[in-house]
Structure formats: structure tokens, C-alpha cells
Write a protein that binds this ligand. Structure first.
Ligand SMILES: NC(=O)c1ccc[n+]([C@@H]2O[C@H](COP(=O)([O-])OP(=O)(O)OC[C@H]3O[C@@H](n4cnc5c(N)ncnc54)[C@H](OP(=O)(O)O)[C@@H]3O)[C@@H](O)[C@H]2O)c1
Length: 235
């Protein structure tokens, strides 16, 4: 039996990933920073609820203790993420971006990944087939954002793409440090969720595809890579 933790699983891509992995037979811990939203989602899914705010050390430590006491962890999906938006739901451009606003995005998207991974590594290292999936973004790609022929080139914000590029680097470094763990970064594609005010062009079913696939890689699967549903992406 494979036990999987998904951060930010109370809605969006995390919720859909939980649904699919439960279908595939995983025992799923649906992480949520809000008790009520999380319990409601876990109940709908038939998953186990765990209170987990990726920006809070005590919350992450408590979640790790709970899951350890229940028997451990095989798959960690670092899915929780935020994107900076202004009051009109627009991504602020470079001139309107401050250090504080970048810090807030990094606290969740980058430091959150490190905080959660650090806390759960001892559990993953006890697994026979440990896996980490870091939910990155196509906007992490330095190649795409610097290429005027790529649609991603025109994304105006600083904080979100920089945070996801950092997630990609964490992925590379964790993969080298822990060769027994399959560690990959994934780009779900532009998906209609609350993150982008439902402007995404894909469904959550389509977006969750690569997250689910990388959560299910075997011990001989790839590690240290960056993938969309179509295959490897340029860094
Ligand atoms: N949608 C896209 O087009 C797209 C494309 C590429 C990558 N992604 C990535 O996919 C992941 C999931 O995003 P989504 O599109 O599904 O967005 P979403 O529907 O807004 O879901 C984000 C999830 O993260 C949770 N979260 C935010 N801050 C948290 C914290 N401090 N601790 C724990 N959970 C927290 C949210 O919880 P609350 O309900 O409490 O806010 C929610 O459950 C993100 O990493 C995002 O960057 C999305």
C-alpha cells in the first residue's frame, strides 16, 4: 500500500490529484491549512485529513508526527502554491513588485517546499519506493521566458516565475542528494483554478495528469527532471 501526502489538497489540482491517486489505490493524506475546508474536502474524497500550513514550522512538524505515527510516507506531493495578484486579479508587473510581495510568494512556493520536504525526509527515507513531486510551472523555465516565440515570454510578474525556477533548482539538488528518492518537478499546464481566477484553459483533470503520473513512477523512473504531460521541458 502506497501512502501519499498532498499539500494544498482541499481544492484545485491538489484535490483532483488526490481523487485520482485514491482511485489508483493510494492511501492519501489531503493536506490543508484550514481545518474546515480540509475536513470537508477529505470527506468528499474519502481521504485522510491532515492540517498543514506550509508556511508554519509547528504545523508541518505536527503533520509529520501524525503521519509517522500512522505508519509513514511513500509519496510527497509539494502542491500548495500561490500567485501574486492585485485587487483586480491582475499579476503586478516588475515596477509594482516589492521585496515584501516576492517574499510572501517565496514563503509558500519555495520555503514551503523546503520546510515540508525537510520534515518528511526521514519518513520517505524509510520507504521502499520513495517519491517527491514538486508542482512547478511552465513559468519556471528560463528558456521559455527568455524566448520571444514562447507564449510564456509575455508573463509580466516577477515573484511567481522566480519562485518556480527556485523549485526547479530544489528539485535538481534534492534528486542528487537523495538518489534513492525519485524527485521530479512538473508543469501541469494552464489550468482553470482559483489560482488564476479560473482563467486557465485546461480542466483540472488534464492538469493533474502529469502530477499523478510522476507520483506513480517506479524505482527505475526518472529523477531530477522537469516534465509536462507531453514530456521533458527545457529548464
Ligand atoms: N492552475 C494553473 O494554471 C497552474 C499552472 C502551473 C502550476 N500550478 C501550480 O499548481 C499548484 C496548485 O495550484 P492550483 O492551480 O490548484 O491552485 P488553487 O486551486 O488556488 O489551489 C492552491 C492550493 O494551495 C493551498 N495553499 C496555499 N497556501 C498554502 C499554505 N500556506 N499552506 C498550505 N496550503 C496552501 C490552497 O489552500 P487554501 O484553499 O487554503 O487557499 C489550495 O489548496 C500550485 O503550486 C501552482 O503554482 C498551477
Amino acid at each position: 500500500m502506497t501512502t501519499t501526502l498532498i499539500t494544498g489538497a482541499n481544492k484545485g489540482l491538489g484535490f483532483e490529484t488526490a481523487r485520482r491517486l485514491l482511485e489508483a489505490g493510494h492511501t492519501v493524506y489531503a493536506g490543508s491549512r484550514d481545518e474546515e475546508r480540509g475536513r470537508r474536502a477529505a470527506e468528499r474524497l474519502g481521504a485522510r485529513f491532515v492540517l498543514l500550513d506550509v508556511t508554519d514550522d509547528a504545523s508541518v512538524t505536527a503533520a509529520a508526527r501524525t503521519i509517522e505515527a500512522d505508519g509513514g510516507l511513500d509519496v510527497l506531493i509539494n502542491n500548495a502554491g500561490i500567485e501574486e495578484r492585485d485587487a483586480d486579479n491582475r499579476v503586478p508587473g516588475a515596477a509594482d513588485t516589492t521585496a515584501d510581495s516576492v517574499r510572501a510568494v517565496f514563503e509558500t512556493n519555495v520555503f514551503g517546499v523546503v520546510r515540508v520536504t525537510h520534515a518528511f525526509l526521514p519518513l520517505l527515507q524509510k520507504s521502499a519506493a520513495p517519491v517527491i513531486v514538486n508542482v512547478s510551472s511552465g513559468l519556471a523555465s528560463l528558456t521559455a521566458l527568455s524566448d520571444p516565440a514562447s507564449p510564456a515570454h509575455f508573463y509580466p510578474g516577477l515573484a511567481y516565475p522566480a519562485s518556480k525556477t527556485a523549485v526547479n533548482m530544489l528539485t535538481v539538488q534534492y534528486a542528487k542528494a537523495f538518489p534513492r528518492i525519485r524527485v521530479n518537478a512538473v508543469e501541469p499546464g494552464f489550468t482553470a483554478t482559483d489560482l488564476n481566477g479560473r482563467t486557465g484553459t485546461q480542466t483540472v483533470e488534464e492538469g493533474a495528469e502529469i502530477i499523478v503520473r510522476m507520483a506513480r513512477v517506479g524505482v527505475d523512473g526518472p529523477t531530477g527532471g522537469y516534465f509536462s504531460a507531453e514530456g521533458p521541458l527545457p529548464w
